[in-house]
Design a binder for this molecule. Sequence first.
Ligand SMILES: [Fe+2]
Ligand SMILES: [Fe+2]
Length: 145
Amino acid sequence: MKRDSLDSVIKSNDIDIIHLNDDHKDLFNYIARLNKIAKQPKDYDYAIIILERLISFFVEHVIKEELLLQKYLPAHVVKEHALLHQNELTQLDNSLHLLQTNLSSSNIHTVVAKLEREFTNHICRSDRKIMQDLIKSQKNMQHYH
Ligand SMILES: [Fe+2]
Ligand SMILES: [Fe+2]
């Protein structure tokens, strides 16, 4: 799925959704920076710093996202989505550990490829789907109030 479809993914005037959408773009920007670093051996040290920042940014993002989901969607749906976030956090921690253990070009490339796949899948499929459900539920609530 094309990443530039991010804007059309979640079209909404809701300020919280707009913020989450911006976060998604920022997450891809972090990965793009890592990708650039992978091509510059003298910058390898930055890979760990960028990945650490990406992890804290992601943690903040998923807290916001889960709080918003809780407002509009059933608990089991939110729980299922939160589990995906948990898995991603584990992967991010593993990637950080890999780079801390062996900061090589091939490891940075491996991490970038893995994160790119994982985030494209999560944001363009899972987040897209759940945000559409959320927008539907928001509309229904407005309708009945
Ligand atoms: Fe998200
Ligand atoms: Fe998500």
